[in-house]
Unconditional design. Sequence first.
Length: 265
Amino acid sequence: MEAEHRNGLEEALAKTETEADAACKAATGALRSLKKFRAAAQVGNLRDLQKAVETAEQAIVDLRRQFTTAKAGWDFDEETYLSNGAFVSEVLATAKRTGVHIYERDERLYCYPSLIRVLPNDRAVVIDKTRERRLRPSVLVHHLQELQNKPVRFKSEAFLESLHEAYSTAVKTRGKERSGTAAIVPLVEIYNLLTLLPGQAKEYSRQEFARDLYLLDQSGVAAVRSGATVSFHAARGNEASSKIIPIVTKNGQAKAYYGISFTQE
């Protein structure tokens, strides 16, 4: 089992795939022998019937032996492998070999524009909101590459309107003297307002919020329907790390958002 973990899930699955393929070939041989047995019985070919029985019996023995080998060969501690970081390391290594840009940050994998979270107990990953059970590293990386090559589906205008509504609420709590000004509000505060209802923070994580901020920033959409224009502000160096919204850019660079403001034209 430890050796399999050193070799990785890809190699363990490749070995089992080969053994399963051999079992499939044995099954094909068994089916062919059984068909000959049936054909002899259908026409009453007594000379070939006994021989067909013996051949089919041996083919079934071979099939059972091959299946037993394949079954015994799959002895992999899946839950441990998925939960101890080995799976993530193998996915990152596979992505690097194949030229797909995947980065790890804050217990998530980021493959622009997708966020991936591993669910060890469920033997699955979640890509954005979609559960994916194809975990063979080469298959998963190829799937992520396909998603990456598709046009980004992100409703920039709607997201910006939501930010503006939360921003307006945050400014009102600061007093009348700040109303109508381009006050800088920490984005962490905006996130907290967007996820006020019970369970919403679980449904919409800070990592997803950070990703959406970056997608909005990249989209070029900057003005809401009322005419106010958004600006994002980087940390000034003295803000606590808990108030920073970090993200990995499409090119793998670290980027940190701190505040947001809207200026009315």
